[in-house]
Design a binder for this molecule. Structure first.
Ligand code: BGC
Length: 477
């Protein structure tokens, strides 16, 4: 972890440099967003928001009043064909969805200000102009790269001619999360996403942004879109990759890129666990060596299966059996297979939490703030029962002054900010450690599995062993 953190720190500095040679060394885009102020709760009015980047496209109507935001949102599925067809098709779908939303809300005659959350790497030119750098995740349109995102949206809207909007801002979803965070907690200075893909944005002092060539007027700060999804594309994270990570990369739409997000984000993490299962099953160590026809299918093990397995607390491990049922594996699975599966789900989740916690702590340390809040969102984060707690725990370990708020406002959110932090993070770690070591004990009875898992995955099996050492050190500290 210390090597990961040191690499991140160096590459952030390189990405902010005014020397193009230095910037060429880093895999972090560190794009200044032109957003200089966050929200302070006084932003009142009705706004439309678009959220494009995952499998679904969302249109939202946000009513902001006295520091509170009420919103209505609708999802519009984007088919795989649209996601891999011409970029104009994507934006036509967006325009059609806006039309359907406004019609449904009886608002076709209104012209509302619109904020566009576009969850792809961009080179911002101003607050409402940004050029698409590359498609990522499940999008592989043959064109659109190098074009202005707002132009593409406005062209699609004028092709229809039946809706009117006023695009006032285009931003990345990580920057959007940072802004949303600042609306409810003014100490928020980092926004991070763990969804289909992953990213982080934070507020940086202009004096640190050496490449900044605009004015230095107050507020002398700017939101930086780090684009950490591509962290390691220059080879700097090769030391962290396992054979499973390499297989994921080889099979992905974006081969050789988006190294960091492929380690844990929602679009890849199901396959990561599936590949480990295939590996064990091929050697006859799970599922009686059977079921490979089902396990061998890419995309068959969804990220939400990991969340389901991690939610299992009852004696009968009902949720894990349900996952096996969905995979068509119940007739070949034993109780021991269930224990191993739970161990692996826990291990990939721990790796995700520790990596994200460590990298967030780098940004928090650099900011030298005594109190800071990280806003997080994204489907994988939101639906996973333990990620928030584990990330908070690792953050509290690396930077004890940090509070993590989950701004998805799910009722089950542990209000870490309001707890005695020391007790809170220790409690979380102790709990998780107990559950994890029970599973590990169960799995260790399978000497062959344990033997196979250890040498062949080393850092690998999601750094599970190291994590356990980390936990023990923490517990004995
Ligand atoms: C994109 C980022 C985005 C992240 C989360 C990544 O694949 O490159 O721009 O913020 O996914 O949606």
């Amino acid at each position: 972890m210390s090597r990961l953190m040191a690499t991140m720190d160096t590459e952030m500095t390189q990405g902010l440099s005014d020397d193009p040679e230095e910037r060429r060394k880093t895999s972090l885009q560190m794009a200044p967003s032109y957003i200089r102020s966050l929200l302070d709760g006084t932003e009142d009015g009705d706004f439309l928001a678009l959220d494009l980047g995952g499998t679904n496209f969302r249109v939202l109507l946000c009513k902001m009043c006295s520091g509170k935001c009420r919103s209505i949102s609708r999802k519009y599925n984007l088919s795989p064909e649209t996601r891999s067809g011409p970029a104009a098709g994507v934006f036509d779908h967006v325009a059609e969805s806006i039309y359907m939303f406004l019609k449904e809300e009886n608002m076709l005659d209104q012209k509302l200000p619109l904020g566009f959350s576009f969850s792809f790497p961009m080179e911002p030119l101003s607050v409402r102009r940004a050029v698409l750098t590359t498609w990522t995740k499940t999008f592989s349109c043959p064109d659109g790269v190098g074009e202005d995102v707002v132009d593409m949206l406005e062209s699609a809207i004028s092709r229809r001619g039946d809706i009117q909007v006023d695009v006032v801002v285009v931003l990345n979803d990580a920057t959007g999360t940072l802004l949303a965070g600042s609306y409810v907690d003014h100490t928020c200075h980092i926004g991070a996403i763990m969804g289909t893909g992953s990213n982080m944005a934070y507020l940086e002092k202009l004096t640190n942004v050496k490449k900044w060539d605009q004015d230095f007027d107050e507020p002398s700060q700017v939101a930086i879109d780090v684009e950490w999804g591509a962290f390691g594309d220059n080879g700097s994270l090769d030391f962290l990759k396992t054979d499973f990570d390499r297989a994921i990369d080889a099979h992905s739409h974006h081969h050789g890129s988006f190294t960091f997000e492929k380690l844990f984000s929602g679009h890849y993490v199901g396959d990561l666990l599936r590949l480990i299962l295939v590996h064990l099953t091929e050697r006859g160590l799970m599922f009686q060596g059977r079921g490979l026809d089902k396990l061998g299918v890419w995309g068959s093990f969804k990220a939400n299966y990991i969340s389901d397995i991690e939610k299992d607390t009852d004696k009968n491990v009902t949720r894990t059996w349900r996952v096996l049922e969905a995979l068509g594996l119940t007739c070949v699975a034993s109780d021991d297979d269930v224990a191993i599966l739970r161990y692996l789900a826990s291990a990939v989740s721990i790796r995700a939490a520790q990596i994200v916690g460590a990298c967030l702590s780098v940004v928090t340390r650099r900011s030298k703030r005594t109190r800071s809040t990280v806003a997080m969102d994204g489907s994988h984060y939101r639906y996973h029962p333990k990620l928030q707690h584990m990330i908070s725990a690792w953050l509290a370990h690396y930077v004890p002054q940090t509070t993590v708020n989950n701004l998805t406002c799910s009722p089950s959110v542990l209000p870490l900010g309001s707890l005695n932090r020391d007790r809170a993070y220790r409690g979380i770690i102790v709990d998780h450690f107990k559950q994890y070591s029970l599973l590990r004990w169960r799995v260790s009875k399978h000497r062959e599995v344990a033997a196979l898992v250890r040498p062949s995955h080393r850092l690998e099996l999601c750094n599970a062993i190291m994590v356990i050492h980390g936990y023990s050190t923490l517990l004995s500290a």
